[in-house]
Structures are given as structure tokens and as C-alpha cells.
Ligand binder design. Sequence first.
Ligand code: NG6
Ligand code: CA
Length: 498
Amino acid sequence: MRKFIWSFALFCLSLLAHGQASKPNVIIIYADDLGYGDVSCYGAKKVATPNIDRLAKKGVRFTNAHTTAATCTPSRYSLLTGEYAWRKPGTGVATGDAAALILPGRSTLPLVFQQAGYQTGVVGKWHLGLGPQGGPDWNGEVKPSPLDIGFHESFIMAATGDRVPCVYVDNRRVVNLDPNDPIKVSFKEPIGNEPTGRANPELLKMKHSHGHDFTIINGIGRIGYMTGGKSARWKDEDMADIFTQKAVSFIENHAKQPFFLYFATQDIHVPRVPHERFAGKSGMGPRGDVILQLDWAVGKVLETLDRLGLSQNTMIVFSSDNGPVVDDGYQDQAVELLSGHTPAGPLRGGKYSAFDAGTRVPFIVSWPQKIKAGVSPALVSQIDLLASFASLTGQTFDATTAPDTRNYLPALLGKDKKGRDHVIEHAGTFSVIQGDWKYIAPSKGAKMSVETNTELGNDTKPQLYNLKADLGEQNNLAETNPAKLKELEELLKSVKEL
Ligand code: NG6
Ligand code: CA
């Protein structure tokens, strides 16, 4: 009898364990502008990222993973909606006062988790617009917001660190706002009489190299004009601490239920202003220092999961929204102190570029209870997280509003080493990768971004590269391989016409 009770108890426990395993907690840590070669587990030698490496060591490290775009807003749009951003006009890099780009009434990644009974939260960089047409009411209720498209909790900055308004939005309210000092924001004309980087460069603690010469907040010129909201303004030096603390509290508060956390760090986007704990620590200037800070934030998440006993059954996806850029508009010595570091690794181009460094990013998936550690060459795209997590959690989604996402869960779990047949990327012009081949559609765009010193990958002629033989996209084979060129042109056409 005792034996029977024991085996019954074990059976129940295994059922329980199985039930839990089918509903792992999920955390997406989404870095900003982190390049393929910026972390040590992807080959960086000058900067060490032990926590990101730890994640890679216990998970699957993907070598052929892609964002859908080479800038932030469209990549994030696709990640959260399962729709290529280029299908929807107005999804380029958003201003700080843009209206909400993702509106209620459609499938979204957080909604999938919400339907599955998860507690869902977003912390960090949003950059997908807020509020109705005309922009949000910073002094009242910010609506629509992430809370209206699937997140139960939200603690965000509206756009980027270099765009006004430089305030945090906690659920529907700006944090620490004094009603007697209302916020006004404009991206069109000057408002108020606060100093700007253009008129008062002597007030800057970090000078701009291009752009970023509007209102000065915390000694740094921003994009856009802001007045009011003095008590609500952030201090860049504290941002990583504040966002990381919010991410940690979210995990602590929901330790007993399945949760989904979208932790979108402001690092390593400009302005790069590390906390003093990290300032000067990389020897590569602020850009290297904020890589250390990002790694610390990842470490805090891992430490929290360990402390709460959640590490085994939490799935973490670590990635970036687009490739790297060295000078993105501030004189922060990133160029001078690069010291041989190669942010793009072996890839050509960078942020904004149709060459692969624009969109091929670090991508690590870890879930100790289920995933066997390793390296995967599978072709994966961030567009597929929605359908894949719907499959993982047994949910359906509306394929008319999320038309481009597909279920590649076996690839994400490291079981299928092939992944997608092809990926589509957008950086002003379109690129297609299929097997060993990459096609870049002809474009009249500039070949170089002189300001950021990035090769943009534009050419009026079609480009075709064999990535297996030529990962650095040096030898255009379009003329010598017209059959492959035609095949990929047609493939792109068929996806565009979907
Ligand atoms: C550019 C900004 C750049 C960065 C980028 C958006 C200038 C001159 N450059 O317009 O600094 O903010 O937009 O980056 O203003 S993203 O990663 O959010 O897409
Ligand atoms: Ca970005």
C-alpha cells in the first residue's frame, strides 16, 4: 500500500512538473543597437559579457538570427505584432510624441500570453508610439498604451533615450509629474525657452556630433523640444538601475504564476551614459561601458530567477532590435576608443544597413528544463516569436492581423537546425536570405551614411551574395547567377503581395 501511495505521489508530481513545463515563464530581453560582434559569446575580445555568455552556455546560441528591420520601431513593431512593419505606412523610426502604432483589436505577442493566463509586463524602451492621433496627453492618461494591447503592466520610456520627453511612463501616468509644471513636447517647432544644444553648446556635458541639438535635458542635447515636467525628468545615469529594478520586481511579484516579461533595455543606444559603477570600466569609452551595464542587467535577471528558484522553468530570449552603430550622433569617443573591437563581427554594414550587420543579431534562447545547450545555425526571424509562443502556450491568433509570423518553435528550442526557408529584411530597401544566398533589391538610396560612417548596402543594381562563401558580402554574383537572382526576386515579390 505504502509503495502504491508513493508511486501515486510521484505520478502526481510528474504531472505537476509537466503542467508547469508547458507553461514556462518567458522573458524577452531586447537590447537596443547591440551588434552581432558586441558580446563575447559571439566573438568579442575587447569587452567581456559574462552574464550574456552564461545564458548562451545553458541555452541555444543562434548564428543566423534576424530582425525584420535595421532600425528600432519597425523591428519592434514586427516582433510584437507578427506583421512586417513595411506593410503598414508610418512605422519608420517614431518621434517621441508619435501616436500609438499598435492599436487594440489585433493579435499581439503579449495578448497571446494574456490569453494563456500569463501575467504580462513591459519594462524599458517602447518606441511604438502612445496615445491617440496627435500624440499622447503627457499630463493626463496615456492611452492607448501597452496596457491596451496585451500588457497588464507597463513601465516605459516613450521612445528613445535621445528623444524627448525624457520621462518614465508608469502604466498610464508620467512618473513624478508636478501638475503645476505640465509637459509640452514638439518635434516641429521650438516651444518654451529652455536652452538647446544648438544655441547653448557650453551647457552640454556630452556634445552632439550630428543632430541631437534640441532641448538640453540632464546636460545632453536631445531630438525634439520639451518644456515643463522638470520633476519628472530622468537622469540617464540611473536608467539602467531603474529599468532593471522594475524588471526584477515584476519577476518577484509574479513568481507564483506564469509570467511574460518584455524587458527592452535602453542600452546600448545613444546617449550612452553609464552609471558611475560602469563609467570607464571597459576602456572603450561609454559605448563599451554600456555593454558592461547591459550585461549587468542580464545578470540581475538571472540572479533573480536563481534566487526565486525559477531558473529551470523560465525561457529567456535575448536579442537586439538592429545592428550596431559607433557614432550615432554624440561625441562619446566611441570611434576613438574602439581599440580594434568589431561591433558587427564578420558582417558588413551596421544599423540602418541592408548589409547583414543591419539585421543579423545576437539571439540566444535558454530554458534549462527543456532546451539542450548548443549552437544553432537555423535561419530564424523575430517575426516568428508570436506564432511560436502561441504554439508553446496552446493559443490561436488572428492571422489576418498577424499575417507574417510562423510557428518555428522547434527551431527556437534548438531541435530543428534548419529553421525558416527564407527571411525578409527591410532597411529602406528589401533583402531576402534563402539558404546560402542573399539578395538585396536595387535602391537609389545613398551608399554611405556619412554621419554614422555606415555602408548602407544600397545600389542601383541588384545584389546577390553567397553568404556561405562570402559572409562579408563582397562579391556581387547577380550578373553571373541570373537564375538565382530571378528566383529570389520572385520570392520577394510573392511575400510582398501576400
Ligand atoms: C536617428 C538618430 C539616431 C537614433 C535613430 C533611431 C539623428 C541624427 N539620429 O534619426 O541617433 O536615435 O534615429 O534609433 O537624430 S533606433 O535604434 O531607435 O531606431
Ligand atoms: Ca535600435
